[in-house]
Design a protein around this ligand. Structure first.
Ligand code: GLY
Ligand code: MN
Ligand code: MN
Length: 436
């Protein structure tokens, strides 16, 4: 069975406590957001909060009292309320939370403000977020002021408020085997969605019909939602990097670029595939596609523990530039074009990002001013592309072509595992799949 159990979350809290050593850790989940009138957007918990608790309800706060690297874990959550539960669904409630979430104690969220000054009294350090003007931040400030007002009773308030996010983000950057199994499963769902899109294009007239196929595969496979707004971009739309209108009509002579991934059990996948809507690449489409594919495969090939994060971007850029020079879209030597940045007219983004609970996941890209060295357990995307707008000054045959090829890869001890390799990618694979 793929998934995480309450003991996995408890172990994460224990690891965090060992890192933080002494103080009080406080973290709230994400707020509910109004969509319009009295209707909310679908609720999405905070990624850090869920990473440490596995708890999906809104209005919850995790508090850990840490002493000598050991923690007492306390959850504040919505109390049971039969009237409200008729409308909004069942709540876990504090009584059940202790066992189901492996907490030491749990209380109603309505008790948080009263209990907070007690927990913070005579502590030196608060580990939390700050600067986001959340209600929790206000509660912490109020608690500190309350303790200070009682100074003559011989009590003291914390003197340090440490932003704790970087400690959690460093933990999240290295995925363990359960997380990798979840990422693999989500990647397979997304790959199926892409493969289905290549077949569905035959009868489709608008981009949104293909978006519907993708959403169907996600929901049908038990995914929570798309991990980000799907990009379904036909022809020139593919040259708009974040095109999400998905309402254009389809000219079957064009390429279709789809960038879509799902969130399954709280983890994202992120795949881009580009394919000819006719089922066969034209000469010029194929020439450009092969350049991007070559750049992507070279970038993947260079990934292994010890290289720097930036290295695979540089590797992709070299291959793209060589291809652009071959097609006379850039002139000069590879080094000269890289130096001048002329290639950025056609390739203006980086080649990847960390992937995990968030599609653009957390974790630093540089350490002490140097691009970070890769380690086993890191997961990232490899996504070079070429984008030639319809109003570009290059020969017209290239106009309106946007190509990106994006896979999700896990750094292993040996090199990489491509998590998304179920999605057809080579010219042969795509054409034979579409013309079966
Ligand atoms: N879909 C967002 C990205 O590829 O980074
Ligand atoms: Mn993407
Ligand atoms: Mn991406």
């Amino acid at each position: 069975m793929i998934g995480l159990i309450e003991q996995d979350f408890k172990q994460r809290r224990q690891r965090l406590a060992r890192t933080l050593k002494e103080g009080v850790f406080i973290l709230c989940t994400a707020p509910q957001v109004i969509r319009n009138a009295d209707t909310h957007f679908n609720y999405r918990w905070d990624s850090n909060f869920h990473y440490l608790t596995g708890f999906k309800e809104p209005n919850a706060v995790l508090l850990m009292i840490i002493h000598d690297g050991l923690s007492q874990d306390i959850l504040f959550c919505q109390p049971k309320d039969p009237d409200k539960e008729i409308w909004d669904g069942l709540r876990l409630g504090p009584e059940a939370a202790v066992e189901e979430l492996a907490m030491d104690e749990a209380y109603s969220i309505h008790e948080l403000n009263d209990r907070l000054s007690h927990y913070l009294t005579d502590q030196t350090t608060i580990f939390s977020t700050w600067g986001n003007k959340s209600p929790l931040e206000e509660s912490i400030v109020n608690a500190i002021n309350d303790i200070k007002s009682r100074a003559r009773q011989g009590v003291s308030a914390p003197s340090q408020w440490v932003d704790v996010l970087s400690s959690i983000h460093e933990m999240r950057l290295i995925k363990d085997s359960s997380e990798i199994a979840i990422l693999r499963h989500g990647a397979n769902i997304a790959a199926r969605a892409h493969n289905r899109s290549m077949l569905a294009i035959k009868d489709a007239r608008y981009e949104y019909e293909i978006e519907a196929v993708i959403l169907h595969e996600f929901k049908h496979s038990g995914a929570d939602a798309p991990a980000y707004p799907s990009i379904v971009a036909a022809g020139n739309h593919a040259t708009i990097l974040h095109y999400i209108e998905n309402n254009g009509s389809l000219n079957k002579k064009d390429l279709m670029l789809i960038d879509a991934g799902c969130e399954w059990q709280g983890y994202a996948s992120d795949i881009t595939r580009t394919f000819p809507m006719s089922g066969s690449f034209s000469g010029v489409q194929k020439e450009l596609y092969e350049i991007v594919l070559d750049a992507q495969m070279k970038a993947i090939d260079c990934i292994k523990p010890g290289i720097q994060f930036n290295d695979y971007h540089l590797c992709a850029v070299r291959a793209l530039v060589a291809g652009l020079i071959d097609l006379k879209l850039c002139t000069g030597t590879v080094d000269g074009v890289i130096e001048s940045g002329d290639y950025r007219r056609f390739y203006m983004h980086r080649t990847g990002h960390w992937l995990g609970r968030d599609v653009h996941d957390v974790g630093q890209y540089s350490v002490e001013g140097q691009s970070r060295r890769l380690e086993p357990g890191m997961v990232m995307t490899v996504e070079p592309g070429l984008y030639i707008r319809a109003d570009s000054s290059v020969p017209e045959q290239f106009h309106g072509i946007g190509i990106r090829i994006e896979d999700d890869v896990l750094v292993t001890h040996q090199g990489v595992e491509i998590l998304t390799n179920q999605a057809y990618k080579t010219v042969d694979e795509i054409e034979s799949w579409m013309n079966q």
